[in-house]
Design a protein around this ligand. Structure first.
Ligand SMILES: Nc1ncnc2c1ncn2[C@@H]1O[C@H](COP(=O)(O)OP(=O)(O)OP(=O)(O)O)[C@@H](O)[C@H]1O
Ligand SMILES: [Mg+2]
Length: 600
């Protein structure tokens, strides 16, 4: 945090200067009042410094001021106007500095999140990350905007108040400070309590955000399973938890303000009584009494305020810790010596085994196969057999636990991560669309002026038809804020988007599952025609899709149990043969049903 403050030191310096000036003017006001009462209206000697007294004496001294009372009055008004100007400067400079810091923190967080490994994002809860990037950063911003200068203010006020009060009367000053130590202890106790309490409340806030975010993005599941009531109950539970924790925090604040006020008021009254006794006995003047009673507030108020400063500091520390926790997560390391080889070569999985981090169960076991360059391989396997995991490994989203993967003979661990991902197009099982137009969604990697390429990609992906029919064609907004597309339409947009990349390898992770068999065949035919050099991997459950591949891999429980061509696998007993006969039988039934319909 100190380095962040350091980067904005000029703004903080201005805020500091303005704070100092405000404190000085704040003290000058009662001093001037006391001078008016005691020395202009009364007959006590002046206590103003020489540089002020000399011109006054030259003009006629006390008599002159008595006849021109507007002069001290004007001085009082002017002082307050100047005070207003400094208040503005302080507020503005603190705001600029704190907003700059908040912006930098948010940017740093965002940038860091972009570079954290895929494994981190899979585990992290989006709602909580959002809370850290927004409300935690805001807690820090508020502390910097208000409380840093408050600390300066408090220290200055105490020092100046003491230097004004002590020379006027040592005993009254001491009486005025009797309750300061307990007030101070009270503030410190409060700081500790608030720190703990805020940490708990902030975490509860994170949980609430996570629940909210999950519910909103899973709205379909919630509706489909009629889980609204359960969701409302769940939300109410975490919401109530947050209420309780916030209440506890506010209770603490109320105790503090109440207790602090009681101590401060008692102290003020005590000083007033002492001052009155002293004034009645003629030991101090009425002006000194004014100085004491008005300055005392300036001494006690910041000390009482200290509790708020400390509690905000506590909150900012908690938030900073949570922000730092993200910033300290290890990002994917830079690889200055990484290779950028030609990726047109054979893809080889060489005895690859893999278990997810923090999970000892192996998901892939001793997987070995070779896909010759430019050929198409298809993967068949039950759910959870490790198909997607295999593709993640190929994109270096995870690292194999043992064994290696090579492309054109180069171990992919040595290939530049960005380069590899740029040339290995992965079309996910569940594509994500931005809340943007179809054109922008397809063209995320292409500049807008490349309309022709974008439209051509959509042609290959058999997406042009439905895009043309959409409300505003290519400019139709989709995603969360726009029209809802069908699963198959989304898949085709995702395919078109990936085709715009400069792919050497293309992976379809079940990404043709939501389009009908005819469209599936159409897309594959177009791809074969357009992307001849591209090595293609297709995960699919459709035998019609699988059968045309040059190589078919059968994955069962993380192990390759069969590999070969359609003809080879059909002649071997095993999963492929079983699936093939089931799907053929279904197909036959369908054809018969259609034929029967035709007869009728
Ligand atoms: N991030 C993860 N952390 C831990 N385990 C995971 C993770 N992702 C997947 N798994 C587990 O790894 C196994 C393989 O998952 P994978 O997603 O590769 O299956 P799949 O073959 O693609 O299945 P599907 O056909 O349903 O998509 C599953 O048992 C799954 O529970
Ligand atoms: Mg999968």
């Amino acid at each position: 945090m100190l380095s962040l403050i350091g980067q904005n030191w000029t703004h903080f310096l201005w805020a500091l200067i303005a704070t100092i000036m405000m404190v000085i003017i704040g003290f000058l006001t009662p001093l001037l009042l006391s001078e008016i009462v005691d020395s202009i209206l009364g007959s006590e000697p002046f206590t103003m410094p020489d540089f002020l007294m000399n011109p006054i004496n030259a003009l006629g001294g006390r008599d002159f001021l008595r006849q021109n009372l507007w002069i001290p009055a004007l001085a009082l008004i002017l002082m307050n106007v100047v005070n207003g100007v400094f208040t503005f400067i302080k507020g503005r400079s603190s705001a600029i500095a704190s907003e700059n810091i908040a912006r930098k923190l948010r940017n740093d967080l965002y940038r860091h999140l972009q570079h954290l490994p895929f494994a981190y994002h899979v585990k992290a809860q989006a709602g909580e990350l959002i809370q850290r990037c927004t409300s935690d950063v805001d807690t820090i911003r508020r502390f910097l905007a208000v409380q840093v200068m408050e600390v300066v203010n408090t220290v200055l006020m105490v020092v100046i108040a003491m230097s004004i009060l002590l020379p006027r009367s040592v005993p009254i000053t001491l009486y005025s400070l009797i309750l300061v130590p307990p007030l101070f202890c009270f503030a410190t106790w409060f700081f500790k309590m608030v720190h703990k309490s805020f940490e708990v409340a902030d975490e509860a806030d994170g949980v609430l955000n996570a629940v909210l975010q999950e519910n909103l993005s899973g709205v379909r599941v919630v509706r489909a399973f009629g889980q609204q009531e359960r969701e409302v109950e769940k939300f109410d539970r975490v919401n109530n938890d947050l209420r309780k924790k916030n209440l506890r925090l506010n209770e603490l604040l109320a105790i503090y303000w109440g207790g602090g006020d009681a101590i401060s008021m008692t102290q003020t009254l005590l000083t007033l009584v002492v001052c009155i006794i002293y004034a009645c006995n003629g030991w101090i003047t009425v002006g000194t009494l004014i100085v004491f009673t008005s300055t005392l507030g300036m001494l006690l108020f910041p000390i009482r305020q200290l509790g708020r400063t400390l509690s905000d500091a506590g909150k900012a520390m908690v938030s900073m810790k949570r922000v730092q926790a993200i910033l300290h997560e290890e990002a994917e390391p830079d690889e200055p010596n990484a290779l950028k080889p030609d990726l047109h070569g054979d893809i080889v999985f060489d005895h690859v085994s893999f278990a997810y981090p923090d999970d000892n169960v192996p998901v892939l076991r001793d997987v070995s196969f070779t896909i010759p360059a430019g050929k198409t391989a298809a993967v068949l396997g039950g759910t959870g057999s490790g198909k997607s995991t295999m593709m993640y490994l190929l994109q270096r989203l995870y690292t194999p636990t043992s064994g290696k993967i090579t492309i054109g003979g180069v171990d992919i661990q040595q290939i530049d991560r960005k380069y590899l991902r740029a040339h290995v197009g992965l079309i996910l099982q569940e594509p994500f669309l931005y809340s943007k137009s179809i054109r922008e969604n397809v063209g995320i990697t292409a500049p807008e002026q490349e309309a022709e390429r974008i439209e051509h990609a959509a042609d290959i992906a058999s997406a042009s038809g439905f895009i043309a029919k959409a409300d505003k064609g290519w400019e139709t907004v989709v995603g969360e804020r726009g029209v809802t597309l069908s699963g198959g339409q989304k898949q085709r947009i995702a395919i078109a988007r990936t085709l715009l990349k400069d792919n050497n390898i293309l992976i379809f992770d079940d990404s043709l599952s939501a389009v009908d068999t005819e469209t599936d065949a159409q897309i594959r035919a177009a791809l074969r025609h357009e992307q001849k050099d591209v090595t293609t991997l297709i995960i699919s459950h459709r035998v019609t899709t699988l059968s045309q591949a040059d190589l078919i891999l059968v994955l069962e429980n993380g192990q390759i149990t069969q590999q070969g061509t359609h003809a080879e696998l059909c002649s071997q007993p095993g999963l492929y043969q079983r699936i093939n006969s089931i799907q053929n039988a279904l197909e036959e039934e369908l054809t018969q049903a259609k034929a029967a319909e035709g007869v009728n």
